[in-house]
Design a protein around this ligand. Structure first.
Ligand code: ADP
Ligand code: ASP
Ligand code: MG
Length: 402
């Protein structure tokens, strides 16, 4: 059997944790399995690297940021391979170059294009445990790229798909996917199974337990994922195409605080304005989420929308540089907002979820600023300070206690 195991930052935060991870990998190896291990940077390393960069420059080139951030994962894999060696089991660490993990060229937000499997296979054939750096790739210029925060999950799934692995296990600091972040909602329940589609919505809307692109890739290539604890031996959550268990109306509630709202006020009320604005942003790779347009008055209208808070600076810069094309009276930004969402495949056939959500928010005095829906989710934009309270209220409303 070929197993891909991924361990996140807190699971390799110090010497004891690294040995714990390595011993779990050796258990698998000693059963005769081929074991590939994807690791994240130790503990808060990535955040610390970001702070170092900010200390040097407020506007560091994106290429150099990736060069810096990718170092974190290289520390983890080399130390893990050393620990393995110290325990008498052959191991090797490989970075994105050595494997050849090819990505698009967008620094900070690259996507996998192709992963060469030859080197990994060669090392597995030599009966080594192979430790691979998560989160990084190489682009057509032979530069280092990174996949976006939390991207090591995506590395694991991409490698599992490329190697046609029999299992892809994501080990983290919680023992599975819950109906809400268990650190915010103490009554949150662990899910035995969840569909790719529901998990994709949850991951895209703030449940950082899995990187959203990892779920996208898992669905595309039919990789069955398991999310489990690196410290306890509890049964985890399986992410797959269809779930056997009875479909719940709501499978999860999420909050995404990495959200900012932009309002463009006093635009000419004429065809092509929305196209101009969103085309400019799309060309720079900025994802726009909830969009709201006001009803025109005196030949003027307003458009507001949300972007990731991490994209706010770039978004404002693009709007400023193109102010003559957009021709608005004013652009205003609000960083203190959050998206709260309910997700559930059962919603497709059940009316009243939206009303129930709005009622729960009303009961705790939370004001809704924008609303957006899809087949299997409802999202509201609210003030950031209300986010945790809102998640608890909505969770209480829909998820029955065990
Ligand atoms: P890792 O470093 O292992 O990749 P992350 O910090 O990226 O771990 O993701 C795990 C965290 O995700 C948990 O500690 C938990 O607080 C958070 N989380 C948010 N939503 C959920 C959810 N619905 N189920 C489980 N964990 C969640
Ligand atoms: N180390 C990276 C981060 O902190 C990637 C990851 O943990 O998945 O975002
Ligand atoms: Mg993560």
């Amino acid at each position: 059997m070929l197993v891909v195991k991924k361990f996140g930052g807190s699971s390799v935060a110090n010497k004891e944790r690294i040995y714990n991870v390595v011993k779990r990998c050796i258990e698998d190896y000693e059963k005769g399995n081929d074991v590939v291990v994807v690791l994240s940077a130790m503990g808060d390393t990535t955040d610390e690297l970001l702070e170092k960069a900010a200390d040097i420059s407020g506007d560091a080139p994106k290429r150099e940021m990736d060069m810096l951030l990718a170092t974190g994962e290289q520390i983890s894999v080399s130390l893990a391979a050393m620990a393995c060696d110290a325990l008498g089991v052959p191991a090797i660490s490989l970075n994105a170059f050595q494997v050849a993990m090819h990505t698009t060229s967008t620094y900070g937000n690259a996507r996998f294009k192709r992963i060469d499997t030859e080197r990994i296979r060669h090392e597995l054939d030599a009966r080594k445990i192979v430790f691979v750096t998560g989160f990084q790739g190489i682009n057509k210029y032979d530069d280092v790229t990174t996949l976006g925060r939390g991207g090591s999950d995506t590395t694991a799934v991409a490698i599992a798909a490329s190697l046609h692995a029999d299992a892809c296990e994501i080990y983290t600091d919680v023992d599975g996917v819950y109906t809400a972040d268990p650190r915010v909602v103490s009554k949150a329940r662990k899910l035995k199974e969840i569909t790719y589609d529901e998990m994709l919505e949850m991951a895209s809307l703030g449940a950082k337990v899995l990187h959203n692109r990892s779920v996208e890739l898992a669905k595309k290539y039919g990789v069955s994922l398991v999310v489990l604890s690196s410290l306890e031996r509890a049964e985890g959550t399986v992410v797959k195409e269809v779930t056997k268990v009875e479909q719940m109306l709501v499978s999860g509630v999420t909050a995404d605080k990495n959200t900012a709202r932009i309002a463009i006020i006093g635009l000419n009320d004429e065809p092509g304005i929305a196209f101009k604005i969103f085309n400019l942003l799309a060309r720079k790779g900025i994802n726009v989420d909830i969009i709201l347009q006001s009803i025109g008055r005196d030949n003027k209208k307003d458009i507001s929308f949300t972007v990731a808070q991490t994209d706010l600076k770039d978004t404002l810069k693009i709007l400023e540089e193109n102010s003559n094309v957009i021709n608005a009276e004013k652009v205003a930004a609000d960083e203190h907002v959050a998206k709260v969402s309910v997700i559930g495949a059962g919603m497709q056939t059940n009316a009243g979820v939206a009303a129930g959500m709005f009622e729960a928010l009303y009961n705790v005095g939370v004001n809704i600023r924008m609303i957006s829906t899809s087949d299997i989710r409802i999202t509201v934009l609210i003030n950031e300070e209300d986010a945790d309270k809102a998640v608890r209220a909505v969770h209480d409303k829909f998820i029955p206690e065990d």
